[in-house]
Design a binder for this molecule. Sequence first.
Ligand code: 5GP
Length: 174
Amino acid sequence: ADVKTLIDRYVRDVPDYPQPGVVFKDITPLLAHPAGLATVVDALVEPLQGRGIDLVAGLEARGFIFGAPAAVRLGAGFVPLRKAGKLPAQTLAESYDLEYGTATVEMHADAVTPGSRVLVVDDVLATGGTGRAAVDLIRRAGGTVVEFSVLLELGFLKGRERLADVDLRVLATV
Ligand code: 5GP
């Protein structure tokens, strides 16, 4: 099956997670499918072959699952973008607003050298806050964000409006 069909069939809706009224898109059935991860990684890397990607930056935690094999396939390094307080060395941080409170994404200050060409990977684009923070971190370090790629865009949340200055690629939209 093609990647859109796999995402459509094997990403399931979990109502009322993580809070009442939210329908969470659960990718774990897709990961468990024998062709799921390979098909997604193929679709992520295919347009980027030969485009000089130096680094793949994956967003904790599901962006690690797709980002790490994409880095291997592209012959690139991997950079973890993590939630606050997880990285041991000196970090750069970007915070963004949630419905209640704020969230922070951190990156090691020396992870991206100026001029590096970076692919950013995550599983789901929702409001766009996480992706915005990731792009801003990489640019602050002097990196070029070649593309921000996600499996699934929740179109009704309009996250792409916050990423208007980024080459966004989504494998499927709901
Ligand atoms: P945003 O910052 O765009 O609102 O939310 C995107 C981030 O939250 C991503 O890191 C993503 O993993 C996570 N996220 C938000 N909603 C969902 C969802 O329904 N399913 C999954 N798998 N992740 C979500």
